[in-house]
Write a protein that binds this ligand. Structure first.
Ligand code: GN1
Ligand code: MG
Length: 370
């Protein structure tokens, strides 16, 4: 069991019945800290407690408003078709005693509590086509249910989060400062990034921005952010910290980044990084089954650019953090961010080599649904 000095103080501030002695670390997030807590009542739902990283999420009240807006919208939608599913398919935040959905403790840390969804699983690496298909359905349905929520109502939690031009500028500053003297050792990676910098700024081009609608997007659609039930069927999309206005291709691309890869995000052995086309097809099928009804033709055509951009941008972000001395992403060992960047660049190169095939698959699948 783990301990947090002020766990009793934190829990006392929420309307809950949590057993503080049962506290244990949970999940594999790179930003927030997540803990599991049992319910004192054996038949009551257990809890997940999260310390929100407020150095990264600098406006927790506004972030929480975004989450509540999205959660309420989703619950109304699910309730209308199947009320029994509203609390299974959509996460439930627990209010604090003051009615707010977060609590700031005496150290200045921010906490939130939600119900733990029992009999669910998440996967860091996808194993079967069924899992991929169900994940696609979950994220497609998520976007579809939010398609009528005005994105301008959402606060931009992290400005320019998926703006590759800004990310490249941050990398450039890190290289110029080189505070840890790490730049010399990463020249190969920097060269590869420069080679594709122009092509990857597709979503920043004014002509694309004029054609592509901004929607409410999730912005962190790693496969482990969808919970599947015990039959590997889609149940719930989680980790709503970054819901904000964005392009659908970002969410499609970030999901594919973790699905098509035969291994983990931070794989050390480059030969193990391969593309699994069967899983790509299955995810795309599940996604389009839900999303084809609202996507415009321009959006469908942009999906492949998301598939290329997200691993590329992830490599830029990991490499920037490595050069800056690992201040953003949690790391497990020295050089972890560099290893992550190398793995994402390898994945990017493989996707780049097969982009026409992947694009044609997306188009064919869309045509067969419409
Ligand atoms: C971070 O914390 P986590 O693991 O959900 C990051 C995402 C990255 C991801 C890479 C706010 O998400 O953007 O894609 O790591 N979240 C933030 O695994 O930067
Ligand atoms: Mg996240």
């Amino acid at each position: 069991m783990q301990s947090l000095a002020n766990i009793s103080e934190i829990v006392a501030n929420f309307n809950c019945n949590a057993d503080t002695a049962s506290l244990k670390s949970f999940g594999s997030g790179h930003i927030n800290d997540t803990y599991f807590l049992k319910n004192n009542d054996a038949i009551g739902a257990d809890y997940l407690l999260q310390r929100i990283n407020h150095y990264i999420f600098t406006n927790v009240p506004a972030l929480t408003d975004n989450m509540c807006l999205v959660i309420d919208h989703l619950k109304v939608k699910v309730n209308a078709t199947d009320p029994a599913k509203a609390d299974k398919e959509v996460m439930t935040l627990i209010p604090g005693r003051d009615g707010k959905y977060f609590y700031q403790d005496k150290n200045g840390d921010y906490w939130r509590l939600c119900h733990f969804l029992s009999d669910t699983k998440s996967y860091d690496v996808v194993e079967t086509e069924k899992q991929a298909f169900e994940g696609g359905k979950a994220f497609g349905k998520f976007q579809c249910m939010l398609a009528d929520l005005n994105p301008t109502l959402l606060y931009e939690v992290i400005p320019n989060f998926h703006n590759i031009s800004t990310r490249l500028a941050a990398l450039q500053s890190a290289v110029e400062e080189d505070i840890k003297g790490r730049v010399n050792a990463v020249k190969t990676q920097l060269d590869l990034i420069s080679q594709y910098a122009e092509a990857m700024q597709y979503f920043q081009q004014p002509e694309q921005q004029a054609l592509l609608p901004k929607r409410v997007t999730h912005n962190d659609t790693k496969f482990n952010n969808v919970l599947l039930d015990s039959n590997d069927e889609a149940q719930c999309v989680i980790d709503l910290d970054t819901v904000m206005p964005g392009y659908v291709a970002y969410d499609f691309g970030d999901a594919i980044r973790t699905i098509i890869n035969t291994t983990v995000e931070d794989e050390a052995d480059m030969d193990k990084i391969q593309l699994n086309f069967a899983l790509f097809n299955a995810y795309t099928q599940g996604y389009l089954k839900e999303a084809a009804r609202f996507l415009t033709e321009v959006e469908v055509n942009s999906l492949i650019m998301g598939v290329l951009l997200l691993p590329y941008m992830q490599a830029v972000r990991f490499l920037t953090d490595y050069i800056n001395g690992d201040t953003y992403f949690k790391i497990k060992f020295d050089g972890h961010n560099l290893q992550r960047a190398k793995a994402q660049l390898r994945l990017f190169e493989l996707l780049q080599a097969d982009k026409d095939h992947l694009h044609n698959t997306i188009i064919k699948q869309t045509e067969s649904i419409k």
